[in-house]
Design a protein around this ligand. Structure first.
Ligand code: ADP
Ligand code: MG
Length: 697
């Protein structure tokens, strides 16, 4: 396994495999589809299918599956074997172009948000030739999109492809209006940094909260948390290092550009960053990364937690979505160059982001909304729920200069000397890093940092691509009809800055003062999932999606309901799990401990009336009182859940009940439990403690 370039992508039917196994014509046709979206003929598909099958058989495959991304948030697959009956009871291994292009999984068991009733079960998966097929285990995986019998979209991939098409087309129009006719294609590029926790599998199996919900629902804080800042970038422990090595190998075989592995802020938290690639591939790769992480963890006796908030009191996990636009000539449209002030093309594309984020704050917030992520946003560990952009001083000064018609004089780059002769000097970056902004311009790309660790990155990228496409299209409308391109370009940049500079914030987004200031600026602060989702179907959003042909109104409403239902289901499972743990484990455990102490006190009294028992009696009293309270809150939580179960309201109202009433009852119950945990002998406590979970790796 030492020759990485040799085995990289060995499980992917990528460019090399295609070239090797297809006729020249078929290869050209397929490349045309992959690179510039040309339609693919069935005869070519037949040749591709045969070549793919032969390749897969040579790697020991017996099955194939259409691999798709329904609204469940995870990927789905239905395996078929290649066998086809042949003469005299024998079989041959077959795979046709038709089977490659179209699959028919029963769609009725996937969420559709009311688009499709159960009796209309037919659904189609359709091959997405722009993402490479790959082999895992004994199966050939074919990336596909998923739609209903009537053509409505039931997955995350179709709208992503639509949005990519839109942003590419509009960027191209704008570039052509600027005279850049040599550019023929533009691609959104994405690099998704992935955070995760690794915990010991045996301890995981002892906690039903982790098993059922992915996060701990009870757990007192250990004496040590993350306050020493000694884990971030710290030396990687051997057992974790072995996991990471294995993970890299598995990902490389699948053609995933896993690049950077390091420890994160919280104990037992880590991060993997890939090299960026086109948006579509990056999305598939991130889904694969999450799956492979979980599988490889199992092999090493770990469980990989991708929940946004597995532990209270330490940082949760997020994902950073680095996004940019690249041309077919390899030009990054968000690279400011040496003299950004003179680079009006860059400033124009930058203005598109500023205007887009300001006008569609709600959509960006919606794209990262989930039950898990609500615990992170605004909790001083992740950006707040308020959207804003960090540009850095230099860029903001440039935009100010354009807006006010002034000349911009660049500050000289300062050299950093370390005061040690032997060390090389290097030039300081023009802006410092800002780690708190939800959307940070980081030199040649935008880093969207509000994503939860478990989200499918298709969702945020659908939004980003679409809202940018919309702005680029508006700019192109102006410049295509302009008689003075330079003046009109300048005017657009100026107008955008004057109208939308409120969305730019270079300060500390975690500070309480920002909440106040953002409010004064009129920015949205959608703190919870129900608050955010209620804006999905706002007229301006529906108009955006319908104009850009990404979603219909019907599809938006369906998506909103699916997401709200999955939010409610998640909290419902959490609440039921809490009640179960509380009644069956925690209550009896504390009661046993109190009983044990009481027996001790009685025994002491028999030994001698003067033996002091105050300490034990105090503890017995405190715990007994806490148990009363605990019992009361279990009942309260049960009642709140029952109330929601008995309501026949719409998904938004139900999600609000979970958000406002059930979650608050859960917090009350947890608080009492955590107090009891701190007072109860570890021998009696039924679960591995936070300390053991996080520090005994
Ligand atoms: P950090 O966030 O720690 O500063 P880097 O700046 O090295 O890390 O990059 C973070 C991520 O951004 C990586 O996944 C990288 O591949 C990705 N990235 C870099 N350039 C681009 C680009 N032009 N488009 C999209 N993603 C990019
Ligand atoms: Mg980052």
């Amino acid at each position: 396994m030492n020759n990485i370039p040799e085995f990289f992508g060995c499980m992917v039917w990528g460019d090399e495999a295609m070239k090797k196994s297809l006729s020249e014509d078929a290869y050209k046709a397929l490349k045309g589809t992959i690179d510039i979206g040309e339609h693919l003929d069935l005869s070519v598909a037949n040749e591709v299918a045969t070549a793919m099958k032969e390749w897969a058989l040579s790697l020991g495959c017996t099955h194939f599956t259409h691999w798709f991304q329904p609204m469940t948030g995870i990927t789905a697959e239905k395996h078929d074997s290649f066998i086809t009956p042949a003469e005299s009871g024998k079989v041959i291994m077959e795979f046709s172009g038709k089977e490659l292009i179209k699959g028919e999984p029963d769609a009725s068991s996937f969420p559709s948000g009311g688009i499709r009733a159960t009796f209309e079960a037919r659904g189609y998966t359709a091959w997405d030739p722009t993402s490479y097929a790959f082999v895992m285990g004994n199966t050939l995986y074919i990336p596909t999109v998923f739609c209903s019998y009537t053509g409505e979209v039931l997955d995350k991939k179709t709208p992503l492809l639509r949005s990519m098409q839109r942003v590419s087309a509009e960027a191209l129009r704008l570039l052509h209006a600027l005279g850049r006719t040599e550019v023929t294609h533009v691609y959104p590029t994405v690099g998704a940094e992935q955070e995760y926790f690794l915990i010991d599998k045996e301890m995981y199996m002892e906690r039903r909260d982790l098993m059922y919900t992915g996060r701990t629902l009870f757990g007192a804080r250990p004496p040590k948390g993350q306050e020493m800042d000694d884990h971030y970038f710290g030396a990687i422990k051997p057992r974790v290092a072995a996991f990471m090595e294995d993970l890299d190998h598995e990902l490389w075989k699948l053609g995933v550009y896993a690049k950077t592995e390091h420890n994160e802020v919280a104990p037992c938290q880590h991060e993997l960053a890939p090299v960026f690639t086109t948006c579509n591939l990056a999305t598939d790769h991130n889904q694969l990364t999450m799956e492979v992480m979980k599988n490889v963890a199992q092999k090493h006796g770990f469980v990989c937690l991708l929940h946004e908030k597995p532990f209270e009191g330490v940082n949760g996990s997020g994902k950073h979505n680095n996004w940019s636009l690249n041309t077919n000539l390899g030009e990054n449209l968000y690279k400011p160059g040496k003299k950004p002030f003179e680079n009006k093309q860059f400033l124009l594309f930058l203005s598109a982001v500023i205007k887009a984020v300001d006008e569609y704050q709600d959509l960006l917030r919606i794209s990262v909304a989930s039950a898990g992520n609500d615990h992170r946003l605004g909790a001083h560990e992740a950006p707040p729920a308020i959207m804003s952009i960090f540009l850095g001083e230099e860029l903001e000064e440039i935009l100010q200069a354009v807006a006010h018609g002034e000349e911009y004089i660049a500050a000289k780059k300062v050299k950093i000397g370390m005061g040690v002769e032997v060390l090389p000097e290097f030039k300081k970056d023009t802006t410092d890093r800002n780690r708190t902004s939800p959307i940070a311009f980081t030199g040649n790309k935008f880093e969207f940092r509000s994503l939860g660790s478990g989200v499918n990155i298709a969702c945020p990228n659908i939004m980003i691509n679409t809202i940018i496409a919309e702005q680029l299209s508006q700019f192109a409308d102006i410049l295509e009809n302009s008689s003075d391109i330079a003046a009109d370009t300048e005017r657009i940049i100026k107008d955008v800055y004057l109208a939308h500079s409120r969305i730019i914030f270079n300060g500390n987004n975690y500070a309480d003062e920002w909440l106040q200031e953002a409010k004064e600026r009129g920015l949205m602060n959608l703190r919870t999932m129900p608050e955010a989702m209620q804006h999905y179907g706002d007229d301006k959003n529906v108009a955006l999606f319908e104009k850009n042909k990404v979603y219909t109104r019907n599809e938006i409403n369906a998506r909103r309901d699916i997401q709200l239902e999955s939010y409610s289901k998640a909290i419902n499972i959490e609440a039921l799990t809490m009640v179960d743990m509380a009644r069956k484990d925690i209550f009896p455990a504390v009661s046993r401990f109190v009983g044990h102490m009481s027996k001790g006190v009685l025994a002491k009294k028999q030994l001698g009336a003067d033996l002091p028992c105050d300490a034990e009696l105090n503890l017995i009293r405190t715990l007994s009182e806490l148990l009363q309270e605990f019992d009361k809150y279990i009942t309260l939580l049960e009642e709140e859940v029952e109330k929601v179960h008995n309501t026949k309201a719409d998904p938004l109202t139900i999600s609000r009940m979970y958000c406002d009433n059930v979650l608050s009852a859960m917090r009350k119950l947890r608080k009492v439990s955590d107090k009891m945990e701190q007072l109860t002998s570890a021998q009696y406590w039924p679960y591995p403690s936070y300390g053991r979970l996080m520090f005994t790796m």
